[in-house]
Design a protein around this ligand. Structure first.
Ligand code: FES
Ligand code: FES
Length: 234
């Protein structure tokens, strides 16, 4: 077991986790934050999307130990977030959800789009949301919802600035911490709003690491297979 200390929805927590535990399981089973959904568990559907240090990340591909010292925000942590409130209203109005399974990940990805791309059109929204799959609603209502929030905010120029300065959400009571740790900043990096990226950028980063691990494991296995000890007379 590995000790970790991180911030979840503004609450500082410490825990002992197995290195193989991914962030989604940690959030759902350890923190009891079941708003993070698991669909495919291999980085395709986006249902498990959360914010890690203010960037969307697939929690099924992120190990909990990788989040040591970082700030994680789940769908439960957006109760007082103004953009999320607008998105929830818009999703409801535009019929952007049906069963709701994909919705936590969709909303977190949509909020990221609204913050980063204040002039995104429907085509750009489709590209940005391409890493989030919905099995039942169809995407038109979702695209319309995000587009309507961007349009509404564009008509209020101060809205984007006030969103960037939004205070972190109130901490939840779902998990009792085992002790206090050094404070973890929830502040938004200034450059994050200008960064242009698609929903797959971070997935590529994770897959790169997995590829490295696979290659090193294969090299080690090959070495052991051909070592004199294994090729000598039996
Ligand atoms: Fe599908 Fe994580 S559960 S991307
Ligand atoms: Fe059912 Fe998207 S609303 S999967």
């Amino acid at each position: 077991m590995t000790p970790i200390a991180l911030s979840v929805n503004g609450r500082k927590i410490q825990a002992l986790v197995e290195p193989r535990t991914h962030l989604a399981d940690f959030l759902r089973e350890h923190c009891r934050l079941t708003g993070t959904h698991l669909g495919c568990e291999h980085g395709v559907c986006g249902a498990c999307t959360v914010l890690v240090d203010d960037e969307p990340a697939r929690s099924c591909l992120t190990y909990a130990v990788q989040c040591d010292g970082l700030a994680v925000q789940t769908i439960e942590g957006f109760d007082v977030d103004p953009i999320m409130q607008e998105l929830r209203t818009a999703f409801s109005r535009e019929h952007g959800l049906q069963c709701g399974f994909c919705t936590p990940g969709m909303l977190i990805a949509a909020r990221d789009i609204v913050r980063r791309l204040p002039d995104a059109d429907a085509r750009r929204i489709r590209v940005e949301l391409s890493g989030n799959l919905c099995r039942c609603t169809g995407y038109l209502g979702i695209i319309n919802a995000v587009e309507s929030v961007i349009a509404a905010r564009a008509s209020k120029p101060t809205a984007v600035a006030s969103a960037a300065a939004a205070t972190p959400p109130a901490p939840l009571q779902a998990f009792a911490p085992t002790g206090e740790v050094a404070p973890v900043s929830m502040a938004t990096p200034a450059a994050a709003l200008e960064e242009v990226r698609t929903g797959w950028t971070r997935l590529r980063r994770v897959l790169w690491w997995q590829d490295r691990r696979r290659r090193y494991g294969r090299s080690l296995r090959t070495f052991l297979q051909w070592s004199p000890a294994s090729t000598g007379p039996s």
